[in-house]
Design a protein around this ligand. Structure first.
Ligand code: NOJ
Length: 548
């Protein structure tokens, strides 16, 4: 069994500002989150990933940092943060934070100084060009919201580079002082007690931008350096990276030193995410099988992080145009549901039309695949979105705790809330909230608790080998297995609407008192695996054998 915590973790991602407001000012805060840690412990999560916590003008939901060594005063103080780490630790929950060091806010004192004078000690911390680079209309991450990647700064009388919005100037990774500062930021937060970092925009951090060269070189060695540094400061700290790059390049981000990953520990599996969406849209698991087949073998200690929804749009850019249209047609048919021409700005429950069977099926599938599952707050109760909010904010609405005003998120005047609470309709807080689901053993929340508890008893999932069981099965059905030294689990997921019966007798010789440990309903015993039944949109997690 792996003794690396991140290979057995269940990660829960949240934004402090929309989770729980303790002081009634309309914005979620650290003390509010501390008050809800018991909820997270009961849910069974083992690691919290906090979206940016630093002071910020908040023009990109905190991904525009103004001070890396503090917490946003709206959230509380550094003291509150230390309390959070302590309280979470008491409940067995580790905390990782977003490390957003590809860029800073243009309000950051470093940039303010850099632009003010050629003699500023920070001038070379950013990426400048004397003349308008001809590739300045290429490489935008937010088409429609961002017109270019180089902007003229009238104070500096130079062009500066920004891979993202123009208020997010890129740091210059070639500069040794910048590299040192990034390490110092990591040290600071590790010293306070965080268990690692979700690294934002990693392919861009390591980009050695050259004006006029849209394919600038990438300094992967910086990742090796950073890993060494972080590991020295805290040996079990983890780096979880966002790197939505071509599959062939992914292994470079893990690094390989004699067979062991020596750069990033965990990468989000964007490809699997897209293929899961396509599979759910088609009600056919083939794209998932393809993704499993095509994903590169990982070096020792390297791990995927799986997800269905995160804080951004569902990014379908890795699908071909026809496939993307298929997913749009099923899950985001209206233009207002789509974003950047490539994504969907909805939550999973609404994409699946609120169909409880399909929501369970989708999450049972995600959590049973290889890698560490990451869950976005509110998904566990089936929250929906607010399409009246701009861009990605549609899925960043306050957590729906109860039937109290503002869904129990805050006691502030509704006009003062950081974002409005989703109210009315099938997904409004009046129908979808924690309190209603907490004591109902048939609720989605109770199901998540059971599912996560079951996963804790199956260490081969996540860290073990995951393989498609390639036997003839009815359309819509996926059979896969997870194996390691502790035993074997077999999973049957039916993405289609029709009940199915499968002959899985090839598995019988390996079985030792096989039984369902999680299923959408009670099924007859598997017996000799000759007629294994699974309902339309049903699933079965079957323990095949246990070695302990
Ligand atoms: C990726 C983050 O996930 C996204 O929310 C953010 O806007 C960009 N990086 C820029 O930091």
């Amino acid at each position: 069994m792996s003794d690396r915590w991140y290979q057995k973790a269940v990660v829960y991602c949240l934004d402090i500002d929309t989770f729980a407001d303790s002081n009634g000012d309309g914005c979620g805060d650290i003390r509010g989150l501390i008050g809800r840690l018991d909820y997270l412990a009961r849910l069974g999560i083992t690691c919290l990933w906090l979206n940016p916590i630093h002071p910020s003008p908040d023009r990109d939901d905190g991904y525009d940092v103004e001070d890396f060594y503090n917490v946003d005063p709206r959230f509380g103080t550094l003291g509150d943060f230390a309390e959070l780490l302590h309280e979470a630790g008491n409940l067995g929950i580790k905390v990782i934070i977003d490390l957003v060091v590809n860029h800073t806010s243009d309000q950051h004192p470093w940039f303010q100084s850099a632009r003010s004078s050629p003699d500023s000690p920070y001038r070379d911390w950013y990426v400048w060009a004397d003349h308008a680079p001809d590739d300045r209309h290429q490489g935008m991450v937010f088409p429609g919201e961002q017109g270019e990647t180089w902007t003229y700064d009238r104070t500096a009388k130079l062009w500066f580079y920004h891979r993202f919005y123009k208020f997010q100037p890129d740091l210059n990774i070639r500069n040794p002082e910048v590299r040192r500062e990034i390490k110092k930021i990591c040290s600071f937060w590790l010293q306070l007690g965080v268990a690692g970092f979700r690294m934002d925009a990693v392919p861009f951090i390591i980009e050695e931008t050259e004006p006029g060269n849209p394919a600038s070189p990438k300094d992967l060695d910086f990742l090796t350096e950073l890993r060494q540094h972080v590991q020295w400061r805290r040996s079990d700290a983890v780096l979880l990276a966002e790197a939505n790059v071509e599959p062939a390049q992914l292994v470079d981000f893990f690094g390989d030193s004699g067979g062991s990953a020596n750069r990033i520990h965990m990468l989000f599996d964007f490809l699997l995410n897209t293929k899961l969406m396509l599979a759910l849209a088609r009600r056919d698991p083939e794209p998932v099988i393809e993704a499993l087949r095509e994903s590169p073998a990982l070096p020792e200690g390297g791990q995927w992080a799986t997800f269905l929804r995160n804080h951004d749009e569902v990014d379908l850019s890795r699908l071909i145009a026809d496939q993307r249209q298929e997913v749009f047609a099923q899950f985001g048919p209206e233009p207002e549901m789509q974003l950047y021409g490539r994504g969907i700005r909805r939550r999973l429950a609404t994409m699946l039309g609120g169909d409880r069977r399909r929501i369970e099926l989708a999450y049972a599938l995600q959590f049973s695949l290889r890698g560490t599952p990451v869950l976005r707050y509110g998904e566990e109760i089936g929250m929906g979105e607010d399409l009246a909010l701009a861009g990605r904010n549609s899925i960043r609405t306050p957590m729906q705790w109860s039937l109290l005003p503002n869904a129990g998120f805050s006691t502030a005047d509704p006009r003062d809330l950081v974002r409005p609470v989703v109210s009315g309709g099938e997904f409004g807080y009046e129908k979808v909230n924690v309190t209603l689901q907490r004591h109902d053993s048939r609720s989605l929340l109770s199901w998540f608790e059971r599912m996560i508890r079951t996963l804790r008893e199956a260490p081969e999932v996540g860290a073990g080998r995951c393989a498609h069981v390639d036997v003839p099965v009815p359309r819509g059905v996926l059979v896969h297995r997870a194996d390691d030294g502790t035993g074997t689990m077999v999973f049957v997921h039916n993405l289609g609407p029709d009940d199915a019966t499968l002959d899985l007798s090839v598995l019988h010789p390996e079985a030792e008192f096989a039984n369902d440990v999680l299923a959408d309903r009670e099924y007859p015993e598997v017996d000799k695996f000759e007629t294994v039944q699974v309902a339309g949109y049903g699933y079965r997690w079957i323990r095949l054998r246990r070695c302990l």
